[in-house]
Ligand binder design. Sequence first.
Ligand code: 6IA
Length: 153
Amino acid sequence: MPTTIYFSGSISGGRADVALYRRIVDVLEADGFHVLAGSVAAEHVSDGGEALDPCFIFDRDIGWIEEADVLVAEVSTPSLGVGYEIAAARYRYDIPVICLYRPAYTKRCSAMISGDRKIELIEYDEVDTMLPRLRESLHRERRSRARLPSTPA
Ligand code: 6IA
């Protein structure tokens, strides 16, 4: 079974990084991961979001987080929705969270992310140097899950 990743990135918070989100998702899919990203990495979706009912979007995205083995969030563009999804992954579904952050981009990464010892924070300047680190973390994560006994149904 491939690892399922929920990829979280800003929509209403601003779409300046959409090409970066697309690149990350493409690399992870090419590496064999199953990535649930909805419209986050879709270049045609502006900061107005998808033309869908908000309740539908909420239920779908929370359902996808429930399905995922790990949540990866690009947090350089601050976003309420991304913060909410990270908290849901951490406290409702108890799945690992990896955050990607470019220090030069905003004044600082929120302490609610950088201060959470259970979140792996990957700081980077260049996407080309970040991607191998992200892939290594995800492969390490997969190996540690493979060692866990499976939970009874
Ligand atoms: O607060 P943000 O919109 O930046 O939150 C972005 C995060 O929440 C992403 O990871 C998405 O998965 C999710 N999300 C929030 N809003 C939307 C959306 N349209 N479409 C898809 N995903 C979303 C919202 C606007 C629409 C109700 C008119």
